[in-house]
Design a protein around this ligand. Structure first.
Ligand code: FAD
Length: 394
């Protein structure tokens, strides 16, 4: 029987960060993971450059059944703390857009940094571990079994992440473990994920796959201004990934195709200057030509000289382009989702320590918890922050 003070399940962002902090406190700490290497999601994040935090991260950038829960951890380990660590390791980084910080070279820099921190603090790591059973011990603490070995610990930290990218080792283990100990788990669904076409839209729009433009995307009264990309399967791009976390099956997705320009004003101006020009030509000044052709095909407008649009017709055309309604069929699901919404109910956890209120010594951190960030480095910041706070207590 191997004995540890702390066992952390999951060698991802949250698990490694927690283990480092626990080991720094002198706790004998072991991290177990089912994969062949640590930090697999970090390595492929941000297109291989890891968007490791966001300069503007605040509780407002997170979705949770209890929006207050994340405040404590985010305020005690901030983006500035993580940036200081990255600087200490001399990792070159840059702001891409909207406060999103990426490595200049490779996400591997972040994983190497975490590995070095683990080495310095004395964290032990065991990979390719298939946990067969977890039980609470009568005298306190937990026992974890694999086929080969049984291990005991005082504190068990669950950092097994969400369900996205199942081929990268994602499992529902953390949710099942929570349920095993009687903790409530809120329904989970894919977030930060492309949306798919209804068959009728697919027939029209898949031909313009690759076209992208700045839009605002709106669902359930939430609006994100960013780029949208047409794909073979549906809509993607940052605006769509962001709104996907707020969109529910059956909801409308409202797209403003001209968020940066007063469209009605533009059309009025064009009507005065080029009354004989056709609408297709005029709209192609503002929108990608291939998209304009498709809008014509679905009869958003008929191709006629702009002078023919009299009375309220110009305003009506502007409205239909600034409130273009798609009814997505669904999402691409966990196969391509960046995150899992929902998870272990925050009401079950202490926001100060991340420990389960009714199960002493059991902690949940990172994505397995019902706290999900927007696109843009917020999810890693939650992983670092929740891992850090649990590491102070476990
Ligand atoms: C393609 C992609 C790109 C992303 N890019 C970004 C980005 O640039 N910025 C950002 O902020 N967020 C990004 N995210 C989201 C971010 O990666 C996650 O929110 C974050 O990794 C969550 O950290 P975690 O430690 O909770 O879980 P994970 O990083 O998922 O780690 C969980 C670990 O637990 C292990 N595990 C699972 N089940 C078991 C089990 N049964 N037994 C043992 N081990 C187990 C897994 O193998 C994994 O190593 C991206 C996600 C994806 C999928």
């Amino acid at each position: 029987m191997q004995e540890f003070d702390v066992i952390v399940l999951g060698a991802g962002a949250a698990g490694l960060f927690c283990a480092i902090e626990a080991a720094k406190r002198g706790r004998k700490t072991l991290v177990l993971d089912n994969g062949k290497r640590i930090g697999r999601k970090i390595l492929m994040s941000g297109g291989g450059r890891c968007n490791f935090t966001n300069m503007y991260a605040s509780p407002a950038n997170y979705l949770s059944n209890n929006p207050h829960f994340c405040k404590s951890a985010l305020s005690r380990y901030t983006q500035w703390d993580f940036i200081a660590l990255v600087q200490q390791y001399g990792i070159a980084y840059h702001e891409k857009t909207l406060g999103q910080l990426f490595c200049d070279d490779s996400a591997k820099d972040i994983v190497d940094m975490l590995q070095q921190e683990c080495n310095k603090a004395g964290v032990q790591i065991a990979l390719q571990q298939d946990i067969t059973a977890v039980k609470a011990l009568e005298q306190g603490g937990y026992q974890l079994d694999t086929v080969a070995v049984s291990r005991r610990c005082h504190s068990l930290v669950v950092a097994t992440g969400g369900l996205s990218l199942p081929n990268l080792g994602a499992t529902a283990f953390g949710f099942q473990l929570a349920e095993q100990f009687g903790l409530n788990v809120l329904p989970v669904r894919a977030g930060l994920v492309p949306l798919t076409w209804q068959p009728a839209d697919k027939a029209v729009f898949e031909e313009i796959s690759g076209v992208s433009l700045p839009v605002t995307a709106e669902a359930n009264d939430v609006v994100f201004p960013e780029d949208m990309l047409f794909t073979h399967r549906g809509l993607s791009g940052p605006a769509i990934l962001q709104i996907s976390s707020f969109w529910q099956p059956g909801d409308d997705l409202i797209i403003n195709l001209s968020p940066q320009q007063d469209l009605h004003g533009f059309l009025q101006e064009q009507q005065q200057q080029h009354p004989d020009q056709e609408l297709k030509t005029i709209l192609s000044r503002l929108l990608p030509k291939r998209l304009v052709e498709k809008l014509l095909e679905v009869k958003v407008f008929t191709n006629q000289p702009i002078k023919a649009l009299q009375g309220k017709a110009l305003q009506k055309l502007a409205d239909s382009l600034t409130h273009y309604v798609f009814k997505p069929n669904g999402t691409e699901g966990y196969r391509t989702a960046e995150v899992t919404l929902g998870g272990v109910d925050t009401n079950e956890l202490s926001s100060k320590t991340m420990e389960a209120k009714k199960q002493p010594g059991l902690y949940f951190i990172g994505e397995v918890v019902d706290v999900t960030g927007w696109l843009g480095g917020y999810n890693f910041q939650w992983a670092w922050a929740s891992g850090w706070v649990a590491g102070q207590y476990c």
